[in-house]
Every structure is written in C-alpha cells, then in structure tokens.
Design a protein around this ligand. Structure first.
Ligand SMILES: [Cu+2]
Length: 375
C-alpha cells in the first residue's frame, strides 16, 4: 500500500459529528484530517487513565446462587417480541461521560483459580460525543472486562442479572455442557459454573440467551486470554474486540439497537472495543524495538474482521493454541465471528501505523485505529 494510501486511511478518522455525517464522510475519502486532532492533551491523558475491570479488579466470590430456568440458548422462541434494546430512560443520556476503552491486556492472575463475578446490566453508554446507545452489558461497558488466565487454570464464574430480561454467559474458552452452564438467569437472579481453561489463545465470551443475535448485537460480549504454560516472547499486548452496531432512530438522545437491522446485516458502526475510531484520536503507543501482540476477538455478530496493519507485516499469527505452529509473513487475516486470533509484529521502525478491518466498508464505519511507534 502506498504512502498516499496510508495518508488517506489516516484521514478517515475521528469521531463523527453525527452518525449521518460520519457515514457520509466515510464514503468520501479524505474528508477529514488528523490535523485538528490533539492526541497529547488532557483528554488523552484522562482517557489513558480510564481502565476496565481486570481479573484483579473484579469483585470476588459472591453469594449468588445458581438457578435453573427454561430460557437457555437452545430455546429459540424466547424473547421473540423484543426488537429493540432498552436501558432505562433517555433522561440525562447526553450528560453521560465518554471514556476510551483501555485495550491493554491486564496482568495474568497469580492464582490458579480465578473467581469472576460479572453483573448483567442494561445501561445507556456513550460511544461518541453525540451518540449514546441503549446497551446490554457485562459490568456496564462494551466489551465486558478483559479476563486473563493461564492454561489449566480453574475459572469460577458467577453472573448476577441486574437487568430486566434474562441473560446468560457463554465462554468459548470452556468445554462444558452448554445447556446447564450457559442457561439464563432471570432478572434478579444469578447463574454460576466452573470450568478449566483447557487451551491457550484468545476467546470470545458472550450472552447466549435467545435470541443470541440480539444479545450479542446489543453489547454482551468480551474477551478472555488464556496464556500458554511457557510465556510468549515479551511484548506490548493489546486486546481488540470488534463488534457491529445496528441502531434505530434516537429517542431523547438514546439510540436503541434494532433487531430487524441485525437480521439485515448492514451495520451502522463497526468498532474496536465498543467505540467507533476511538484509537484514531487516542492511539495505541509503543516504542521502536517493541514486539506488539494484538489479541483480536471478533464478536460480530455477523461479519468477519479482516485484520491488517498498514505499513506493517505480521511475522507471527497464531490460528490456534500458541505457541503451536504459527503462520509467518501475513498481511491480512480474517477473524471469523465468534473467533479470536493472535497477531504479532515487530515495531522496528517509527511511524503511525493504521490498524484496520481491511474490509473497508467496515473499516470506514469505525473499525480503525492507529498504532504509534516512537523512537
Ligand atoms: Cu443477554
């Protein structure tokens, strides 16, 4: 790809003034310029300090009790009447604070048993200056907390449902009877189960309550990283969860997810870690000589994530359990919906490298960011 192409990509940036404006601008190359973007000011610092719950930060234990109900992911008739997400009222939605989602992989737990205690919440979430969505979440954010454990670890998981409809949890890192473990918790109740992380890699987790499309599409997704027994080479490690947003019209400043649009599979936004283009204005930052490792989960719900870094090549891509037998010398590789792959590159030259879903109809809808390499 030429320098001009890189420049043009970089110009497809920033948060949109309005959604319509964003889509319009995204359709004409070069409409925006990075020149006006202050990537070093107080806002950036504030954003950098924003963190997400890591394993260490997640409340431990809990007295929740497992409950059984008929609303498993296998019950495809459940909630067929729900076509738009709800999350309280729109009152005050525009006064919500925006925060950048910290993509940094949190340290692996020192304990070989990790107790996770998530809460399903339906909340308004500001994903851009002018856009507040009616989100269904794990612990109030999209994606949910990044989990980091080691192969062979035991995960004791509890989901408390503080929402208004049933929710559940499906860990792709678990080998377990889904009809039992991934059953739904009714509002006000909880579900618990325990699994061993059998294989290393990066795995999706998501709500599996019917209709699964609606629960994944409304934000109930996240990533769990499972380290191999011997650590991978030292690197700057980032977690990117790509997902698609299908939104209805704003009511009182709050945009609900639209199930009909999810079925039509034409997203309004495609995002890394819940916010369109957030790492264009607040890039990921490493130094020359650093190895960079991207843990990329594609939460979908429908489209592939064709991961690419402009001006770089991946010297290592782990398709399966690392260290395994990686691919070498890769330019772009598709992460399937429901999948997770690990991409590595050596940042041996300085510059601003755009990472993007190279399916550009989706890259231009917000699945784009910058990796800044400084000397
Ligand atoms: Cu759910």
């Amino acid at each position: 790809m030429s320098v001009d192409s890189v420049s043009t990509l970089s110009e497809l940036t920033t948060k949109p003034a309005t959604r319509r404006d964003f889509l319009l601008k995204s359709s004409v190359l070069g409409a925006l310029s990075l020149a006006g973007c202050d990537r070093s000011g107080p806002q950036r610092e504030a954003n950098e300090s924003a963190t997400n719950s890591s394993v260490a930060a997640v409340p431990q234990g809990g007295s929740a009790t497992a409950v059984g109900n008929a609303d498993s992911k296998l019950d495809t008739g459940g909630h067929a009447n729900i076509h738009q997400s709800t999350a309280g009222t729109a009152a005050g939605a525009q006064n919500l604070a925006y925060h950048r989602f910290d993509p940094t992989l949190p340290p692996v737990s020192r304990e070989r048993t990790t107790k996770l205690h998530f809460t399903a919440r339906e909340v308004p979430l500001k994903i851009a200056d002018d856009t507040v969505i009616s989100a269904w979440t794990f612990d109030g954010d999209i994606p949910g907390p990044i989990v980091h454990v080691k192969q062979g670890d035991t995960v004791e998981f509890t989901l408390v449902n503080a929402g208004s409809i049933p929710h559940s949890m499906d860990f792709h890192a678990a080998q377990i009877d889904p009809k039992i473990a991934f059953r739904s918790a009714a509002p006000g109740q909880a579900v618990s189960y325990t699994f061993r992380a059998k294989y290393p890699g990066v795995y999706m987790y998501h709500c599996g309550t019917s209709p699964v499309l609606m629960h994944i599409g409304s934000g109930m997704v996240g990533a769990i990283v499972v380290d191999p027994p011997s650590p991978l080479p030292s690197a700057k490690e980032f977690v990117l969860v790509e997902s698609e947003y299908y939104l209805g019209e704003a009511k009182g400043g709050l945009m609900a997810f639209d199930y009909t649009k999810m079925l039509a599979t034409l997203p309004d936004y495609v995002v890394f870690n819940g916010r369109p283009s957030q790492y264009m204005t607040a890039p990921l930052s490493v130094h020359v000589g650093d190895r960079v490792r991207f843990y990329v989960v594609n939460a979908g719900p429908t489209h592939p994530c064709n991961f690419h870094v402009v001006g770089e090549q991946f010297d290592t891509v782990y398709l399966g359990a690392p260290p395994g037998v990686p691919l070498r010398g890769v330019q772009t590789f598709a992460v399937a919906p429901g999948g997770g792959l690990i991409f590595e590159l050596l940042a041996d030259i300085p510059g601003e490298f755009v990472f993007v879903n190279h399916g550009f109809g989706h890259g231009q809808k917000g699945a784009i960011g910058i990796l800044t390499v400084t000397g």
